[in-house]
Design a protein around this ligand. Structure first.
Ligand code: 15L
Length: 282
């Protein structure tokens, strides 16, 4: 069942500024949220995924695509003036799977963007780029990267690749290090890392329309009580989250006893991801 999508924090008071917006990963959990939530901001939405998607609604183009297929991605990107790249693998997987979908996939996307003159990309990065930092440690967007998985490593690669394409070709990118974006926080750690759907849509909107984006890294997180991430360097996005995990605290804490102090999932910001893999036997 498609997720219910809240109205955006700020409905546009002017006609959509984008002609054709490409959304990759449109069949995924957050892709489905953004497919509806970003619709007011583009005349045409081109939605794409390797998995099957809902049929095209009005002002939509549905284009199935495997991100590992360079020629297919090149055609996919053609004619779009901005891209929201949610596509690829969004959890830990064996390296070869990550390599095709995330590492080759993001390269194919930026090559298409360069060849076809796309000026702006919103790249779904992840806090798993910094998942080995300790819980409770406050880190900025310029901190040392400490990926917790091959998945986090692939997002780190996407951040570096997008920097290269900005420095060399002027393609602006917002790398959004998404925390935990679900209808509500599912565990204690997510009381800190939770990003509501409403705040997600608003953050992506801010990234698409910021007058000056350059190459920006921002944490995708709601206005939760406890914080590990400092977005000061992304203040120019003017993203002001509206939601907080606080109303869910009592329920989450009652449902989940605290993890042991020495559990790596309690020690590191990446939580249970830090315990996933390796996938190959010794
Ligand atoms: C992510 O990056 C995943 O895509 C998502 O499924 C969540 O597990 C999230 O991180 C998280 O760590 O909460």
């Amino acid at each position: 069942m498609p997720p219910s999508v809240p109205k955006t924090a700020r409905e546009p008071s002017r006609p959509p500024a984008l002609d054709r917006l490409l959304l990759t990963g449109a069949a995924g959990g957050l892709g489905r949220v953004l497919r509806l939530g970003l619709k007011p901001f583009a005349h045409t939405m081109r939605v794409s995924d390797i998995a099957s998607m809902a049929p095209a609604a009005q002002n939509e183009e549905v284009v199935p695509c495997d991100l590992a297929d360079k020629a297919a991605v090149d055609s996919l990107v053609q004619g779009c003036d901005a891209i929201v790249h949610m596509g690829g693998v969004s959890v830990e997987m064996p390296f070869e799977t990550i390599l095709e979908a995330n590492i080759k996939g993001v390269f194919h996307l930026y090559e298409g963007a360069r060849r076809h003159g796309v000026r702006r990309v919103v790249f779904a990065s992840s806090h798993h780029v910094v998942g080995m930092h300790r819980q409770g440690e406050m880190i900025g967007t310029d901190c040392v990267k400490r990926p917790d998985t091959y998945y986090g490593l692939s997002k780190s690669y996407g951040e570096e690749l997008s920097r290269l394409y900005f420095d060399r070709y002027g393609i602006e990118t917002a790398c959004v290090r998404i925390g935990s974006s679900f209808p509500e926080p599912l565990e204690r750690r997510m009381l800190v890392t939770w990003l509501s759907y409403r705040d997600l849509i608003e953050l992506v909107r801010c990234c698409l329309f910021a007058p000056r984006l350059g190459h920006t890294i921002v944490y995708g997180v709601s206005a939760n009580r406890d914080k590990w991430w400092d977005n000061t360097l992304a203040a120019h996005l003017e993203f002001h989250p509206q939601d907080s995990s606080e109303p869910f605290r009592a329920r989450v804490e009652a449902a989940q006893p605290p993890l042991d102090d020495d559990d790596p999932a309690r020690i590191h910001q990446g939580g249970a991801f830090v315990k996933m893999g390796p996938f190959e036997s010794d």
